[in-house]
Design a protein around this ligand. Structure first.
Ligand code: GLN
Length: 552
């Protein structure tokens, strides 16, 4: 009977691990710091992957409220995960799977299932070694086949939930040769009233890390400005690491500039040397510089996009914000996205929308805000304002057209109004039974067939596209024929599922049942977003004021 620590991983493969913890407070951007370091290691020629540890008891992020946790990010394999994984995918240019998100729920569920199946042969099942072994196994498996694996532990050192993970990392480091594991601790360096950088919170948090048996190899101080040399020295002295191992990570105007700052500080080079990778790395002058060129590209102006959603929280629509920015990199324009409260749209929608150059209606669940979204779509359709509808935004575009063009009074999605006389959006007939048994969501990557000579075809340049999904409802097949007349076109389909809609004769009116925002990358922007921003630019001329200044 194999034990939990038996894996098919061969340690002689020699993967390198960077373990990232956070101190003082959460939300410091340790994920961005870690992902930026990873990007630089990639630029130096290494294959990098990442694991995000979320110490909460939820098995996955699927049921979590975006207002509390930010958006639910969807992976290729349908995994519903923390939005930090989106950052890793965007910064590293990789596609991850659910195995790259370890949660307490997942780990305990697995161990308890094994216990029920009798796999532990009557032993007492405990956090150490059974849970910690399972955590180590998951990390090793996710790292397999990659040169470097970054493991970020969510939350802050000292949180009760994080303890088993830190213990697992301690054991992990003990089992590995020293040059294979590097601990990075990211902390906050605040300022006193007279503008002095204070190191005491960092000292305390490192003390906490050490009490668990871990010693940081590298400390990254997050602050408004760079750390002063005295600050670095003080941190080094009190936290018992060389001064060269203390790095600044000051605030920047754009997260995509963090790799540039990290490189300037020399963090990547220090990590390469410490992990014994420096000799195999590309010489500094030959490292990939595409990222720098993209994120510092000249901008010829600014466009303003209205995002008509439920949540007044940028994180709740993070991938959409990022995708619009990526399109901006491609087209050399700053894209400013402003949230417009879908709830408040009913009366004042026109003035809110008039200020915008384009309108995006994002995904969502539940009735709240849907009437406002429908009004925004009506406004975009009637006034030739570029419109991009994503998932629920696509569904509401179908509802809007049914109500206001086809004249189906009271048309709606059955999700919002069970008794609507015209359920133009509904559960597919074949799904009904499954739904009654607890419901299934259509998740992850699926292929859409694209009609030639349509806007969708022009955007994707292909007769198909493969994008990520997260929805339960669909366009109701009983109404397909009603939508068969111009200018309305379903230009993308997957069997009897409608995937893309567009309006002929409109400058840009596109809805997608899928979520293109999850596969957009700074260096590989999503076609619907590029097309949308391009249409916005055409409408506004070259964008608003020219502002070519780039600050790093
Ligand atoms: N609530 C809709 C559905 O379940 C749309 C989901 C979404 O926008 N992600 O089909």
């Amino acid at each position: 009977m194999p034990t939990e620590s038996d894996t098919h991983y061969d340690p002689s493969l020699g993967n390198k691990f960077i373990f990232v913890t956070g101190g003082v407070m959460s939300g410091l951007g340790k994920g961005i710091t870690a992902a930026s370091t990873g990007r630089l290691l990639e630029n130096a020629g290494f294959d990098v992957t990442a694991v995000k540890v979320d110490p909460y008891l939820n098995v996955d992020a699927g049921t979590m409220n975006p207002f509390q946790h930010g958006e639910v990010y969807v992976l290729k394999d349908g995994g519903e995960v923390d939005l930090d994984l989106g950052n890793y995918e965007r910064f590293l240019g990789i596609d991850m799977t659910s195995d790259h998100n370890i949660t307490t729920g997942k780990t305990y569920q697995h161990v308890i299932e094994k216990e029920r199946a009798g796999d532990y042969l009557g032993k007492t099942v405990q956090i150490i070694p059974h849970i910690t072994d399972d955590i180590k196994r998951r990390i090793r498996e996710a790292a397999e086949g990659h040169d470097v694996c970054i493991v970020e532990v969510g939350g802050t050192v000292g949180d009760i939930e994080g303890m088993p993970y830190l213990e697992a990392l301690r054991q992990f480091a003990h089992e590995e040769p020293e040059e294979n594991v590097l601990f990075v601790h990211v902390t906050l360096v605040p300022y006193s009233k007279n503008g002095e950088q204070k190191t005491k919170p960092t000292q305390h948090s490192v003390k906490e890390v050490r009490s668990i048996g871990l010693q940081p190899d590298v400390i990254v101080g997050r602050s408004d400005e760079k750390l002063a040399p005295e600050t670095k020295e003080k941190i080094a002295l009190f936290c018992d690491i060389p001064t060269e191992a203390v790095f600044s990570n000051p605030d920047v105007e754009d997260v995509y500039h963090v790799p540039l700052v990290v490189e300037e500080e020399g963090l990547d080079q220090y990590v390469l040397e410490r992990l014994g990778l420096a000799e195999d790395a590309l010489p500094q002058g030959q490292r990939a510089s595409e990222w720098r060129e993209i994120v510092t590209c000249e901008k010829t102006g600014t466009v303003e996009i209205a995002l008509v959603g439920k949540y007044d929280l940028e994180d709740a629509y993070m991938s959409i914000h990022e995708s619009l920015k990526h399109a901006g990199f491609e087209l050399g324009v700053d894209v400013e996205t402003r949230w417009v409260d879908a709830d408040e749209m009913a009366d004042r929608h026109v003035e809110r929308l008039r200020e915008a150059d384009g309108i995006v209606v994002p995904g969502g669940f539940g009735m709240r805000g849907t009437e406002g979204k429908i009004r925004a779509i009506e406004y975009a359709r009637e006034n030739d304002v570029p419109f991009l509808g994503l998932c629920l935004g696509f569904q509401m575009a179908v509802v809007e057209y049914a109500r206001n063009v086809l004249g189906y009074e009271g048309a709606h999605s059955a999700e919002m109004e069970e008794d609507t006389p015209h359920p133009v959006i509904d559960i597919l007939p074949e799904q009904y039974e499954v739904e009654n048994m607890g419901g299934t969501m259509r998740l992850g990557e699926h292929t859409t067939v694209i009609e030639p000579e349509t806007l969708a075809y022009e955007l994707y340049g292909d007769t198909s596209c493969t994008e990520r999904h997260r929805h339960r409802y669909e366009v109701n097949p009983e109404y397909f024929e009603d939508f068969a007349d111009e200018p309305f076109v379903f230009s993308g389909t997957a069997g009897n599922r409608m995937e893309i809609l567009e309006l002929e004769g409109h400058p840009f009116f596109l809805g997608t049942q899928f979520h293109p925002e999850y596969s957009s990358r700074p260096d590989d922007p999503s076609p619907p977003f590029v097309g949308f921003v391009e249409a916005v630019l055409e409408r506004t001329g070259a964008g608003r004021d020219a502002d070519t200044e780039v600050t790093v």
